[in-house]
Design a protein around this ligand. Structure first.
Ligand SMILES: NC(=O)c1ccc[n+]([C@@H]2O[C@H](COP(=O)([O-])OP(=O)(O)OC[C@H]3O[C@@H](n4cnc5c(N)ncnc54)[C@H](OP(=O)(O)O)[C@@H]3O)[C@@H](O)[C@H]2O)c1
Length: 333
């Protein structure tokens, strides 16, 4: 089997992706930024762990030497940073262009790039759904804006070099297999650990991380150059998620549900908290303006059309319970 490189291999998606690739018999080079962070044991199978920073061309060259393809899922997932340009935008945009440049130098012909459905958009015209032809060009959020640019500029650069650059746009990624939470899993970690949490009352898609890993491998093996795919699981909402979890754990404290009108107040409280305790923020005014009242309905049929009959996304309950058990078993805080 050919050798592939996974960038961001100790992240939520990266860990699951390495697992999926190893199960399919691939030789895997697992690219991690720091060897000091906990390294996963991929269920007894070994991946070659390499240290790589996506902003450092030399380390990318070394990591890519001799591989057939690259799964690029390394990116900051924070929605807020003190210096958003440096800490969020640069690794996403410049990091992706560095990955493509290194792929060109090393003769790698295929990159599977994990973008986000925030690059598709949050608001479909009434009565319709968002598809791969939609682009969130209005966004001012540093993470979403740089994902849009990484897809567009990355696509152009890859085309120039004759590299296949397949873009996958997932919604909120949930499920087991992470050692540090992302903005998508953090509320569950807090909640399961008994903290009183406040969550926005939203409607959204989710995707099980294992489904996403499996679909990335499927697309890697079949997709044409420059394709873009929405890979999204069930459409749900905050209340449904709370109901599912409280059915199995009735002692869980009820979270505070924040309507879109309450979000600016939550932003203000969080701002004060940061001044006092220095805790990182999760809400920004841009985020509230762009996503606060979003009902992001996505059409994932383009991806489904590539799948064998019988392909199905994991039911929401299974995803949530497997994630909860992972948080408890692995003592994630
Ligand atoms: N989580 C979601 O709900 C969600 C939704 C849509 C799209 N996505 C996208 O999916 C991809 C994977 O996200 P995830 O959920 O797996 O997040 P994650 O758990 O935070 O993993 C991100 C990974 O990227 C690595 N990374 C960050 N900056 C890097 C750099 N300069 N060089 C090398 N590695 C770097 C991190 O390494 P360290 O451990 O060293 O920090 C980590 O391994 C990202 O592109 C993200 O934007 C995520």
């Amino acid at each position: 089997m050919p050798e592939v490189l996974v960038l961001g291999a100790n992240g939520h998606l990266g860990r699951n992706l390495v697992e999926t690739l190893l199960k399919k018999g691939y030789s895997v080079r697992a690219g991690v930024r720091s060897l000091l962070h906990p390294l996963p044991i991929w269920e007894g199978r070994s991946a070659e762990v390499v240290q790589v920073d996506i902003l450092d061309g030399a380390s990318l060259d070394q990591a890519m030497y001799g591989v057939e393809g690259v799964f690029h899922c390394a990116a900051p997932t924070a929605l807020w940073a003190k210096d958003a340009r440096k800490e969020i935008a640069a690794p996403i945009l410049r990091g992706t262009l560095e990955v493509i440049e290194a792929a060109h130098r090393q003769g790698v012909k295929k990159i599977l790039y994990t973008s986000t459905c925030a690059a598709i958009g949050f608001h479909a015209p009434k009565g319709s759904v968002l598809t791969e032809i939609d682009w969130n060009r209005e966004t001012q959020h540093p993470q979403f804006k740089s994902k849009v640019e990484a897809e567009l500029q990355g696509g152009k650069l890859a085309k120039k070099y004759g590299i296949s650059f397949v873009r996958v746009c997932p919604p909120s990624i949930l499920g087991p297999g992470f050692y540090r939470s992302t903005p998508s899993t953090a509320p569950y970690v807090g909640w399961i650990n008994g903290k009183k949490i406040a969550v926005p009352d939203l409607a959204y898609h989710v995707v099980d991380v294992r489904d996403l890993a499996k679909s990335q491998l499927h697309l890697y093996e079949m997709a044409d150059v420059q394709d873009r795919y929405i890979v999204c699981g069930p459409y749900t909402g905050t209340q449904e998620v709370i109901d599912i979890l409280r059915r199995g754990m009735p002692l869980l404290k009820n979270p505070i549900l924040l309507s879109s009108r309450m979000l600016p107040i939550a932003w203000g409280l969080e701002w004060i908290q940061r001044q006092v305790t220095g805790t990182p923020r999760t809400l920004t005014r841009t985020l509230i303006r762009e996503c606060g009242s979003a009902t992001q309905q996505l059409d994932g049929s383009r991806f489904l059309a590539t799948c064998e009959p019988g392909w199905a996304f994991t039911p929401l309950e299974t995803t949530l319970w497997d994630m909860v058990h992972w948080i408890q078993r692995s003592k994630i805080h």
